[in-house]
Design a protein around this ligand. Structure first.
Ligand code: NDP
Ligand code: MG
Length: 365
């Protein structure tokens, strides 16, 4: 009997990689539901190829189709690969329905980490990360999670790793979209250039692994071969290593804690790879990273405000010619006017999200 998988965001970068992984694992999995935003023809084509009983696009069927796919009775695993805050409801609904959520949509955890984890416990579901750094950590701690003391997430440093702060402020869209090591959707690629993505990942790690912010470090590693380091209570450190490809973390999110044979992953050759280097984050050149980590430390609804402000600022950079250097300015403005409060319920989280969006839009008007 195969395991039913629903894929939200089935036409995107992660969605497409997921289908490529599943193609090699057809004896274990079947696709039961797919969603897209606007790519109606592509998602229909993919549903037909897999014989999936449910297929919908948000543009035609409304945003409710995400929850419908996430709670589809034939789905045991929900791959949440939509981009942005719109993914939160589906994550919560799937967990409430007792499903495994293979989570690429890190925004769900950033916005409402406590709520997501509580919903998983109450509903009997579980969150397994797809994000490569968090998959690395999970792979290292599986078997002895209670012995985890600290962790280090790696960052490629993005296209502006060696640029001056001033040059970064004037970066163009084409420059920001030119990622040195990873092929990803546009929004996360811009987040990787500003290091907002790494701040989101620090917050994601805080919730997933229950560590304080003081126990989570970030190091720049331009080759993107080491995905994360885990330090245990006895001082031993384990790292997970491989070529930058999301297919391995996607497969692991489906099979955790087991592993299954897969020939599709490019094998690693240490000698051919050559040197691996590590350097500190240049915090002065990447103010968005600092703002995001500070929002994480502030806790409550601050991470939701950071995420929402970043989404609107990045969309304005991509679509409306707003300078790259304004992204952190707009986020700082939203965080300054953010009314701090607990993130105990969905209403508080969504109110913080709305207020931050409104603040950035007003500044842009
Ligand atoms: P893409 O932009 O490539 O794909 C996004 C997918 O979500 C598409 O299927 C898109 O549909 C759909 N979508 C977009 N907007 C909406 C919306 N408003 N409502 C419903 N569906 C929507 O993104 P990625 O695959 O790169 O990223 C997806 C998530 O995974 C993000 O949270 C990202 O941070 C995370 N992630 C991605 C990694 C990567 O390597 N790409 C690595 C780690 C995490 P359509 O095609 O119709 O527009
Ligand atoms: Mg990542």
């Amino acid at each position: 009997m195969t395991v039913g998988v629903a894929i939200l965001g089935a036409t995107g970068s992660i969605g497409t990689s997921t289908l490529r992984v599943l193609e090699r694992q057809r004896d274990r999995y079947r696709v039961v539901a797919l969603t897209a935003h606007r790519a109606h023809d592509l998602v229909q084509e993919r549903a037909a190829a897999w014989g999936a009983p449910y297929c919908a696009t948000v543009a035609t069927d409304g945003v409710e189709c995400l929850v419908a796919a996430a709670t589809h009775p034939d789905a045991e695993i929900v791959v949440n690969a939509v981009v942005g805050a719109v993914g939160l409801d589906a994550t919560l609904a799937a967990l409430r329905a007792g499903k495994r959520v293979a989570l690429a949509n890190k925004e769900s955890l950033v916005m409402a980490g406590d709520l997501v984890l509580r919903t998983a416990v109450d509903g009997g579901g579980e969150v397994v990360p797809i994000d490569s750094e968090h998959s690395a950590v999970l792979q290292c701690i599986t078997g002895h999670p209670e012995s985890l003391a600290r962790l280090t997430l790696t960052a490629s440093g993005g296209p502006f790793r060696e640029w001056s702060a001033e040059r970064i402020r004037g970066a163009t869209v084409a420059e920001a979209l030119c990622h040195p090591t990873w092929q990803m959707g546009r929004k996360i690629t811009v987040d990787s250039a500003s290091l907002a993505n790494k701040a989101l990942e620090v917050i994601e790690a805080h919730f997933l692994f229950g560590l304080s912010y003081d126990a989570i470090e970030v190091v720049v590693h331009p080759q993107s071969i080491v995905h994360g380091f885990v330090e245990f209570v006895d001082g031993s450190i384990l790292a997970q290593v491989g070529h930058p490809s999301m297919e391995l973390p996607i497969l692991y999110a489906l099979t955790h804690p087991e592993r299954v044979p897969d020939t599709g992953i490019r094998r690693f050759d240490a000698v051919a790879q050559g040197g691996l280097t590590f350097e500190a984050v240049r915090r002065d050149a990447f103010p968005t990273f600092e703002l995001g980590v500070a929002a994480g430390r502030a806790g409550g609804t601050a991470p939701a405000a950071f995420n929402a402000a970043n989404e609107v600022a990045v969309a304005a950079f991509l679509e409306d010619g707003v300078p790259f250097g304004r992204i952190p300015e707009l986020i700082a403005r939203a965080l300054d006017s953010h009314a701090a409060g607990p993130a105990d319920d969905l209403a508080s989280v969504l109110a913080a999200d709305r207020a931050a969006r409104a603040c950035v839009k007003e500044a842009l008007a």
